[in-house]
Design a protein around this ligand. Structure first.
Ligand code: S3P
Length: 180
């Protein structure tokens, strides 16, 4: 009985996690639409709250400060119900954020290989990925490969993992979460 209620509450919040370029925002919007939930992108939330782009926050305040703002925003959005939250790629890897997300909802890891991520990020000109600092080609793939290896430990704590290149990724997530 208690577990049933816990799951119902956890279902109210779905956190999408994964490396930059794994499709969290695109998949998150579609998933929210299917569930009739609201959608929030954490980076956008941070940018709107502080009137600064993620890149500006990194360059003016530093990554450590960005991680603190990110954690604060995570705690804020976790107050909302019936919501799909797309998190920044590093969010689960700092403080106890992944444990916090797992306590407050269901976490979905969108998985891709370094090569697939590299292909997607090659042309990423967004003003919110300062960590990539214009790396291209082999150098980019190598950077992703090393970064992903370090982050896998955190991503692996997700409630469910789905391969993000699948066409029916949203359907897969919906099927999975029904059984969580
Ligand atoms: C970051 C990912 C970015 C953004 C910031 C740091 C990371 O979000 O939060 O540039 O550490 O992986 P996306 O994963 O949405 O690109």
């Amino acid at each position: 009985m208690i577990d049933y209620y816990n799951n119902v509450e956890r279902m109210d919040r779905i956190f999408l996690i994964g490396y930059m370029g794994s499709g969290k925002t695109t998949v998150g919007k579609l998933l929210a639409e299917k569930l009739g939930y609201s959608f929030v992108d954490m980076d956008t939330h941070i940018e709107e709250k502080y009137f600064k782009s993620v890149t500006e926050i990194f360059s003016k305040l530093g990554e450590q400060e960005f991680r603190k703002l990110e954690k604060d925003c995570l705690h804020e959005v976790a107050e909302f119900e019936n919501i799909v939250i797309s998190t920044g790629g590093g969010a689960p890897c700092f403080f106890n954020n992944i444990e916090f997300m797992n306590e407050h909802g269901i976490t979905v890891y969108l998985k891709l290989t370094p090569e697939q991520l590299s292909k997607r990020l090659e042309h990423s000109y967004e003003n919110k990925r300062p960590l990539l600092s214009n790396r291209k080609g082999e150098e980019l793939t190598q950077f992703i490969s090393e970064g992903l290896a370090k982050r896998e430990t955190f991503y692996a704590k997700a409630t469910i993992s789905v391969y993000s290149e699948n066409e029916d990724v949203v359907t897969q997530i919906l099927n999975f979460i029904k059984h969580v």
